[in-house]
Design a protein around this ligand. Structure first.
Ligand SMILES: [Zn+2]
Length: 280
C-alpha cells in the first residue's frame, strides 16, 4: 500500500532569483545523449569541460555562480495535521488534477520522510553554495504545510532554474532497496524532452559514483524511471527530476536515513549528481 508512497509531492516555495542566467543558458540543443548505456533519451547543451589548470578551475568555479538550482524537499512537517489543505486538487500538467501534496512515508520506527528530505536538502544546499551555485529551496523549514506541487514547480520556473531536484524517500516493500531518479515522460516541453533526461542521467551517475546502489524494484531499472503522473515534473519548464533516495521500509536503508552520517552520504551523492550536470 505504500508503494511509491511519497511520490505525490514535488517542487515549491520560493525565493526570488534574478535572471542572471543569460550567459549560461542551456537551452535544448547539443547532443549529449551520452556514451554510457542506458537511461532516458535526450540531449542538452553542456558547458565546455574544464581543463586541468588552476586558472581554468578558477574560471569554472566562477562560472558556477551563474547557476541557479532549486532543491525541493518533498512533503512538509505539518501536512499530516492539515489534510484538508493538502488534499485539495491542483493541476497535474496533463489536463487532470491531483492532490496538492501528501504526508510522505516514514521508517518503521517512525522517522518521517519529510524530515529526511529537508535535512538532506539543507546539506545539498550547503555543498552547492560552497561551489558558488545559487540555491533556492521550495520550503525553508520542516514545520509548515505544503506548498502544493504546482507551486513547487512554479518556483523552479520563476527562478529560471538550471536544475530542479525534488528530494524524496520511498515507502515500498521491505525487500526493495536502492535509489531511482524520475523524470517526466512523455515529455511536455523542450526542457523535459532534452535537458531533464540528461539531468537524470547525470544524477544517476553522480549518485552511483558516490557508492549508492540503484533501485532493485523499479521496472525500468538502472536507476531511471519515466513517469507521467508527477505534477511537479510535468509542470516544470526547466530541467527537473525527482530523486527517490531509497526505501524507508527497508531496514538497512531506514537505518542509514535515520542517522546524520547516512543523510550526509545521500546529500553528497545528490550534490555530485547536480555538479556533474552543471559542469557538463
Ligand atoms: Zn515523498
Amino acid at each position: 500500500m505504500l508503494l511509491t508512497g511519497c511520490s505525490a509531492a514535488e517542487p515549491a516555495s520560493d525565493g526570488e532569483v534574478g535572471d542572471r542566467r543569460a550567459a549560461t543558458q542551456r537551452s535544448a540543443s547539443a547532443d549529449s545523449a551520452g556514451s554510457t548505456s542506458a537511461g532516458p533519451a535526450g540531449s542538452a547543451p553542456r558547458r565546455s569541460t574544464a581543463a586541468g589548470s588552476e586558472r581554468e578551475a578558477e574560471r569554472e568555479a566562477t562560472e558556477q555562480e551563474d547557476f541557479v538550482v532549486v532543491l525541493d524537499p518533498g512533503h512538509n512537517g505539518r501536512n499530516a495535521a492539515n489534510l484538508d489543505r493538502i488534499e485539495r486538487k491542483v493541476p497535474n500538467g496533463r489536463g487532470e488534477r491531483k492532490q496538492c501534496n501528501s504526508t510522505g512515508t516514514s521508517t518503521d520506527d517512525g522517522y518521517p520522510e519529510h524530515a529526511f528530505n529537508f535535512a538532506v536538502a539543507e546539506q545539498v544546499r550547503t555543498k552547492l553554495t560552497d561551489r558558488g551555485v545559487r540555491v533556492v529551496l521550495t520550503r525553508t523549514d520542516d514545520d509548515g504545510v505544503g506548498p502544493c506541487v504546482d507551486e513547487r514547480a512554479a518556483i523552479g520556473n520563476r527562478n529560471d532554474a538550471d536544475a530542479v531536484v525534488s528530494i524524496h524517500a520511498d515507502g515500498s516493500s521491505a525487500d526493495a532497496s536502492g535509489f531511482h531518479v524520475i523524470y517526466s515522460d512523455p515529455p511536455l516541453n523542450d526542457a523535459q524532452r532534452a535537458a531533464a533526461p540528461v539531468l537524470a542521467r547525470d544524477m544517476v551517475a553522480g549518485m552511483s559514483a558516490a557508492g549508492l546502489p540503484t533501485s532493485n524494484y523499479i521496472a525500468s531499472s538502472e536507476g531511471f524511471d519515466g513517469r507521467a503522473d508527477l505534477a511537479g515534473l510535468n509542470l516544470s519548464t526547466v530541467p527537473a527530476v525527482l530523486v527517490e533516495c531509497g526505501n524507508m521500509r527497508n531496514a538497512a536503508e531506514a537505518a542509514a536515513m535515520s542517522t546524520g552520517e547516512g543523510r550526509r552520504r545521500y546529500a553528497d551523492a545528490i550534490a555530485r549528481g547536480v555538479l556533474r550536470y552543471l559542469d557538463g
